[in-house]
Ligand binder design. Structure first.
Ligand SMILES: *[C@@H]1O[C@H](CO)[C@@H](O)[C@H](O)[C@H]1NC(C)=O
Ligand SMILES: *[C@@H]1O[C@H](CO)[C@@H](O)[C@H](O)[C@H]1NC(C)=O
Length: 384
């Protein structure tokens, strides 16, 4: 009988199927529903989904960054300007190599920075640039970008900077201490104050103005070239080598935020974003998180613009920070901020150690005793 064959094969499915195949009571119906969730469904409901949620919670940034090529296209590429330099080539020849002309006299140059607490970086920067700078302009506040009160670190250490004193325009401005505000607003406010300070310093039309963070250091010869030649674009970004923690970790060649402007009254505004398509190759160094003490790392992570990246308090643990530095890992456990899968994958994992200390700022190499932590093979930081 065909009917018999059917029912006997069904029997193999066991007791529950037999009951559920018929009209049953309410409680049995629930049991039947549970029973229809087979083992795979249980795994999905109670393992895969919770693990997925935990994964998004702990690694949400990684997932969005990894998928970035899907939701964000890369910015318009820069127009690179080839950069020629050798110490034994005359300025006239250098200008000519760039398609520019030697001027009768150099432009005046203003170097303007917002200062937080980077005493070592500002020293190396000013020693590198000081033969070519007309006025050093430095502004500091008693508030970090996230409205945490801070001392005027520059004022406290000012006697160390005798070598620029005759050419220093120093200003302070009170923080606004607006709790909960986006830190980029305080940052923008401080940059506007820097525009005022530049006027006080006496900047005039046609003078060069370097807009960069303290840790974005143009090489001296780059600034000398730009002040002596007629012909560079009126605004040019500087392509700097990116380093992290010290010159031992050479991340890439792609820092571009620093820029040099031919000042125009009423038009030039101090900014730290993209302002032109021109990018002058190989123009210096950008050393991020290049701090002497572990406490400086903690301060920076808590007090500046990307505090949202400190997702877990253990990120601020000094022992972890020390290990991260020596491994060339990421302080925030983030993925590389790149626009293509190829670049993200190429940059995943720790930054390889570099053993080159060739073409670094001369002051650093001449004062190795003082700044050893910035050179290859010296990743251990002072605790205090
Ligand atoms: C530098 O230039 C001078 C004069 O032009 C030349 O005599 C000297 O050999 C050059 N030195 C190097 C290292 O190229
Ligand atoms: C910051 O500086 C301003 C202006 O000098 C002052 O009025 C304010 O009290 C200072 N705030 C703190 C927290 O030091």
């Amino acid at each position: 009988m065909p009917d018999d064959g059917y029912s006997s094969s069904k029997k193999k499915d066991g007791y529950w199927d037999d009951v559920c195949g018929q009209e049953v009571s309410k409680t049995t119906r629930i049991r039947c529903m549970m029973q229809t969730l087979d083992i795979r469904t249980f795994v999905v409901l109670f393992l895969v989904i919770p693990i997925g949620f935990m994964g998004v919670y702990f690694h949400g940034q990684k997932i969005t960054y990894f998928l970035r090529p899907l939701w964000q296209s890369p910015p318009k590429p820069f127009i690179p300007i080839p950069h020629y330099y050798h110490e034994n080539v005359s300025m006239e020849s250098l200008c000519k190599l760039h398609g520019w002309k030697l001027r009768d006299y150099p432009r005046k140059v203003y170097d303007a920075v917002l200062f937080n607490n980077e005493i070592d970086m500002i020293t190396i920067r000013w020693k590198e640039l000081h033969p070519y700078i007309t006025q050093f302009v430095l502004l500091e506040t008693n508030s970090t970008f996230t409205s945490i009160p801070k001392p005027h670190y520059f004022a406290i250490n000012r006697e160390r900077f005798d070598f620029v004193e005759p050419r220093l325009t120093y200003g302070t401005i009170g923080g606004r201490f607006k709790k909960g505000e986006n830190p980029f607003v305080e940052e923008a406010y401080q940059r506007v104050a820097l525009d005022h300070l530049l006027k006080i310093a006496g900047i005039e039309d046609g003078d060069l103005l370097i807009m960069s963070d303290v840790d974005e250091i143009p090489s001296a010869h780059t600034i000398d070239l730009l002040r002596w030649c007629e012909g560079p674009p009126p605004i040019v970004h500087l392509n700097l080598n990116n380093y992290l923690y010290s010159f031992e970790f050479h991340v890439d060649h792609s820092s571009w935020r620093a820029s040099v402007h031919q000042y125009q009254k009423g038009k030039t505004r101090y900014a730290h974003y993209r302002q032109t398509d021109y990018l002058l190759a190989e123009s210096g160094w950008h050393c991020s998180f290049c701090f002497r003490k572990i406490t400086d790392f903690v301060f920076k992570m808590k007090a500046y613009s990307h505090t949202d990246r400190v997702r877990f308090s253990h990120f601020l643990d000094p022992k972890r920070i020390q290990d991260v530095i020596c491994n060339g890992d990421d302080l925030y456990d983030m993925l590389p901020e790149e626009y293509t899968f190829k670049d993200i994958i190429a940059k995943m994992g720790p930054i390889p150690h570099s053993y080159s200390a060739v073409h670094l700022p001369s002051y650093l190499l001449n004062h190795e005793d003082e700044y050893r932590y910035l050179l290859p093979g010296n990743c251990i930081r002072e605790a205090g």
